[in-house]
Design a protein. Structure first.
Ligand code: FMN
Length: 212
């Protein structure tokens, strides 16, 4: 037996987030932070949703490149010429969803996206990117342009051409406003929601269990 933060005893085989609300938030941020650094993590490739220019939902997989639980910020990279960039420039509302089937944990984040193209955030992200990742930003024609056949595009090969892709590179930083945690368990699922207030605060202003 072990103690959770409310002092209640529970079976040690049950994870802390089964009974303990703060532990749900800790687990969520730990998994997101691992997702940003560990390519084998299921949280490495979450789904990011935006509001389409026609008002309809748009969703796609992105690679999680950064996560700072203290500031509630997450980061992914994209091409400035992509639809999602135009969508987020028009409407910064964004949702991010990750699911780890082995851990049976889903995390859903809703927040605001800021687009970084020519500032230190973008420079640092570009500098930390591997050559293999940088190549994508030199694709011609631009992402999403219709082409006559599947191979009808060109990727840069020479270093100067690859580095010219910096002009198309953007870092998207998400500031989480709400985080929802869902843990699937045969004995009963656990669902929790956290809402955040002041941008500088990592502590939620509201935390509650939800019926699953
Ligand atoms: C595993 C995986 C990882 C991806 N990572 C990214 C990414 O980090 N950034 C990105 O812009 N697109 C990424 N994509 C491609 C997007 O899912 C999407 O197809 C593309 O960006 C076009 O989206 P848009 O038209 O909504 O802009 C990834 C796709 C897969 C399957």
């Amino acid at each position: 037996m072990a103690n959770d933060t409310t002092g209640r005893l529970f079976e040690a085989s049950e994870p802390a987030h089964y009974h303990d609300l703060p532990a749900c938030l800790d687990t969520a941020w730990r998994m997101l932070a691992e997702g940003a650094t560990d390519r084998r993590s299921a949280f490495h490739a979450p789904m990011a949703s935006s509001v389409g220019l026609d008002g309809r939902p748009r969703v796609r997989v992105v690679i999680l490149r950064g996560c700072d639980p203290a500031s509630r910020r997450l980061r992914f990279h994209t091409d400035r010429r992509s639809d999602k960039f135009a969508e987020l420039a028009r409407h910064p509302a964004i949702a991010l969803t990750a699911y780890d089937a082995a851990a049976k944990i889903q995390v859903r984040i809703e927040g605001e996206a800021s687009l970084h193209t020519d500032d230190a955030v973008a420079d640092d992200a570009w500098d930390a990117s591997r050559r293999f990742s940088r190549i994508c930003y030199g694709v011609e024609p631009a992402p999403g342009v219709a082409i006559a056949d599947g191979g009808g595009f060109r990727l840069p090969e020479a270093d100067d051409e690859i580095n010219a892709g910096r002009a198309h590179f953007a870092a998207v930083v998400i500031e989480a406003r709400t985080l929802e945690f869902l843990y699937l368990a045969s004995a009963g699922h656990r669902r929790a929601r956290f809402s955040f207030g002041d941008p500088a605060e990592a502590m939620p202003i509201e935390a509650t269990w939800l019926a699953p």
